[in-house]
Design a protein around this ligand. Structure first.
Ligand SMILES: Cc1cc2nc3c(=O)[nH]c(=O)nc-3n(C[C@H](O)[C@H](O)[C@H](O)COP(=O)(O)O)c2cc1C
Length: 343
């Protein structure tokens, strides 16, 4: 699949998740089979660009290409400026956020709230496309199915955004009103795919290779985007890729493999955040990795008390060594309600 002049290695994408899909996590997902990853959203507010949070999000040192940065905001001129700022820092694709229901974003009328104001949404798309075109940087858009059940305007907005020059569209099969409740529906995604000439990406509740197959067949989407199911299980991308290619399920990874991936991820994570923040923000990744494994909940509680990177690495390594002594492959997760837990 092509995005402007960029050829993507495959059509399995990591969803942008603020506070989760930072550079170390995106790298890990790409190593384990994801062909494309979009950054956590970066604000279009210039006064925040020098903040630690935003500068970390705009740091792409060593990231496997293509580098795609999502921007969030409400003002067309500011969004255009934010696009250029991120292109200057290495972005090769700019994604506009009209999918996030978070209050922090929607209270200022950004994210999925923009779907309620179609003229403004379209002005933002036009301004960002106009800013990016001279740099040959494709602009993509991520949206939901609409504002609420009674106002599912994804198809109308998708057509208008295609007309305004976006290169790809992702649709999460929920309305803004739903947040993460209920089930994603794929009829709207399928209708958008059927109506558009640009690539359409299906997103929402894809949590297994079989579900990926179903969503792909049902929507006929050009690509799939996976978010929450990759938390603590970044190898889901290679599992999905294998199943889509062969119709067969890949064996679970060995405990030793998972141990090595997690320890490498932690080192990379500490490198970006430093000791104090790193050890704390790493806890959620460790928690996700162990929660469905035997004894995982106990370990999670114990691990949350550790305050140094060295001790955290040691504890994780030892815990997985003990697990490896009992299981060669990762034991199958019983009652792993991954999507429920993390929404
Ligand atoms: C913790 C978290 C943070 C998210 N942050 C963003 C974001 O910054 N931008 C965005 O477009 N969507 C964001 N999303 C939505 C996801 O990209 C995705 O659309 C949603 O989780 C549905 O996909 P899934 O069912 O595979 O998780 C976030 C979701 C979660 C759970």
């Amino acid at each position: 699949m092509k995005l402007g002049a960029i050829t993507l290695p495959n059509t399995l994408f990591v969803a942008p998740m603020a506070g989760v899909t930072d550079r170390p996590f995106r790298q890990l997902c790409k190593r384990l089979g994801a062909g494309y990853a979009v950054s956590e959203m970066v604000t279009s507010k210039r006064e925040l660009w020098n903040s630690l949070k935003t500068s970390r999000r705009a740091d792409h040192a060593g990231e496997v290409e293509p580098i795609a940065v999502q921007i969030a905001g409400v003002d067309p001129a500011q969004m255009a400026e934010a696009a250029l700022y991120n292109i200057d820092r290495g972005a090769q694709v700019i994604d506009i956020n009209m999918g996030c229901p978070a209050k922090k974003v929607c209270n200022v009328w950004a994210g999925s709230a923009l779907m309620q104001d179609e003229p403004l949404a379209l002005s933002i798309v036009e301004a960002v496309v106009a800013a990016c075109a001279p740099r040959n940087v494709p602009v993509t858009l991520k949206m939901r199915t609409g504002w609420c059940e009674a106002e599912k305007n994804a198809l109308r907005l998708a057509r208008a955004a295609e007309g305004a020059g976006i290169a790809m569209l992702t649709v999460h099969g929920r309305t803004r009103e739903q947040g993460y409740k209920g089930q994603a529906e794929y009829d709207t995604v399928a209708a958008v795919k059927a109506a558009l000439g640009i690539p359409v990406v299906a997103n929402g509740d894809i949590d297994s290779p079989q579900k990926a197959r179903q969503v792909l067949d049902y929507t006929r989407a050009d690509a799939l985007m996976i978010g929450r199911a990759a938390q603590g299980r970044p190898w889901i991308f290679r599992e999905v890729a294998h199943y889509l290619a062969t119709g067969e399920l890949l064996a679970p990874p060995t405990v030793r493999e998972v141990r090595a991936w997690l320890l490498e991820h932690l080192q990379d994570h500490y490198g970006l955040y430093g000791e104090y923040s790193g050890v704390r923000s790493a806890r959620k990744h460790i928690g996700w990795a162990v929660r469905a494994l035997p004894g995982g909940e106990d370990f999670r509680a114990r691990m949350n008390l550790i305050e140094s990177c060295e001790q955290q690495l040691l504890a994780v390594g030892e815990w997985f060594d003990e697990l490896a002594a009992q299981h060669e492959r990762l034991p199958l997760a019983a009652n792993d309600e991954r999507l429920e837990l993390t929404a």
